[in-house]
Write a protein that binds this ligand. Structure first.
Ligand SMILES: *[C@@H]1O[C@H](CO)[C@@H](O)[C@H](O)[C@H]1NC(C)=O
Ligand SMILES: *[C@@H]1O[C@H](CO)[C@@H](O)[C@H](O)[C@H]1NC(C)=O
Ligand SMILES: *[C@@H]1O[C@H](CO)[C@@H](O)[C@H](O)[C@H]1NC(C)=O
Ligand SMILES: *[C@@H]1O[C@H](CO)[C@@H](O)[C@H](O)[C@H]1NC(C)=O
Ligand SMILES: *[C@@H]1O[C@H](CO)[C@@H](O)[C@H](O)[C@H]1NC(C)=O
Ligand SMILES: *[C@@H]1O[C@H](CO)[C@@H](O)[C@H](O)[C@H]1NC(C)=O
Length: 354
């Protein structure tokens, strides 16, 4: 493998990321990195069934939504049909926080992470893994985070907007953020169900409960001071940030009231917009226009939510991004791959771009 300097001398073009890191620009703007896709390991499915999640007519449901059939082979072949080159895989809600004992949650998270490691080992240039943490058990979660990042070499960490009702800004989660910060590790935050499931009126919680839980988590990061404490941790929030581009000014306005902390409005807005947002189920012109005006094009990343969305929806969603967002080819390069490489530099190594 020639060094970066040798590549320069050989005339291989370079692309420099927002981080300042430059890579050999052998990826074209269509090379797609999907930061929001899920694996459904059978060990996880079996534990959900044993824990009493409903199985109706052979289909398992979590949060009122079917858990898709999934195999490693189908994941790769679907990536091919979607034109996705590389995916980060994570486990969706409810992670392992349905288990009521720390040791059980820890041991299931460990088995699942080893399984994810096996998948990425099988397809090292197609898949990277995001660590599943046994939150809300913080000590066990820190141990697992270290194992995934330091021993297994995962590309990043998966978190949920809340773990059994505890939101990201909660004081108890400080050791998690401290461990992430010490490693410059990046996080993908997937929505989870809020406690108050009855407000969904019996409809699937992911429909609106998930995007609003993303808003709650981002709000929690602001109001607790967690984001101010760790401003540099790169975090992706799913589904275009839920409703955050639309609600940020309202939240910043309220947070400026003296009895709510008197935060400066521009500072709050900068914090609320200081994340990455993926395009899963967020590809309409209205959503992309809002997202683009909220964060610009350096903080939007591609996401599909496969296998929880039908392939046809993922396909038309991916195809709609460029036109609906009125993005240039250069901007599509950022959204398709360069922004994801900025967040997860270990993918650069996996793809041998440095
Ligand atoms: C149950 O599953 C079978 C096989 O997938 C399907 O043909 C049938 O329509 C399903 N029945 C209901 C009530 O969903
Ligand atoms: C990326 O995926 C597309 C569509 O499957 C494929 O045509 C292209 O060759 C892939 N690029 C690389 C560098 O693997
Ligand atoms: C993944 O697990 C399978 C089945 O246990 C095994 O045959 C394979 O060698 C493992 N692959 C890697 C890369 O660890
Ligand atoms: C999860 O939430 C329930 C209900 O609030 C509570 O009883 C339980 O102790 C929580 N579990 C953990 C591990 O915090
Ligand atoms: C984290 O990033 C900073 C700034 O880019 C760098 O100085 C530091 O060495 C990095 N630390 C680790 C553990 O990678
Ligand atoms: C699309 O973006 C171009 C600049 O790249 C701009 O000139 C044009 O007005 C935009 N079109 C719409 C419909 O916003």
């Amino acid at each position: 493998m020639p060094s970066l300097l040798q590549k320069l001398l050989l005339g291989i073009p370079l692309a420099c990321l927002a981080s300042g890191h430059c890579i050999a620009d052998s990826l074209d703007s269509n090379y797609k990195i999907d930061v929001h896709s899920h694996a459904v390991p059978s060990i996880w499915r079996e534990e959900l069934v044993s824990a009493g999640f409903p199985v109706k007519n052979g289909t398992l449901y979590t949060d009122g939504f079917p858990v898709a059939d999934w195999t490693l082979d189908s994941h790769i072949s679907t990536m091919d049909s979607l034109g996705v080159n590389y995916s980060t895989i994570s486990v969706s809600a409810p992670g392992v926080f349905f288990l009521k004992e720390a040791q059980k949650a820890k041991s299931l998270a460990r088995s699942i992470n080893l399984q994810l490691h096996n998948y990425t080992g099988t397809h090292p240039t197609r898949l990277g893994a995001l660590c599943l943490l046994p939150l809300p058990y913080v000590d066990e979660a820190v141990e697992e985070l270290k194992f995934c990042l330091d021993t297994l070499g995962f590309v990043g960490v998966g978190l949920f907007t809340n773990a059994n009702g505890t939101y990201l800004g909660d004081k108890s989660f400080d050791p998690i953020f401290s461990a992430l910060d010490a490693r410059n590790a990046s996080v993908f935050v997937h929505p989870a169900s809020p406690d108050c499931t009855s407000v969904a009126g019996g409809w699937p919680i992911p429909m609106t409960g998930y995007p609003f839980d993303t808003v709650r988590a981002i709000e929690s990061m602001l109001l607790t001071g967690r984001r101010a404490q760790y401003p540099d941790i790169k975090m992706i929030f799913a589904h275009g940030g839920g409703a955050i581009p639309y609600l940020a000014s309202r939240i910043a306005g309220m947070a400026s009231l003296p009895w709510l902390g008197g935060l400066s409005v521009p500072e709050s807005l900068a914090q609320l917009a200081g994340y990455y947002f993926d395009t899963a189920a967020s590809t309409s012109a209205i959503q992309l226009t809002a997202l683009k005006s909220f964060v610009g094009t350096d903080q939007i990343v591609t996401g599909t939510d496969y296998p929880y969305v039908p392939v046809s929806q993922a396909l038309s969603g991916l195809a709609a991004i460029e036109g609906n967002g009125n993005f240039t080819t250069g901007e599509m390069g950022k959204i398709n791959n360069l922004n994801a490489l900025t967040i997860f530099p270990r993918i650069i190594n996996a793809l041998k771009l440095n």
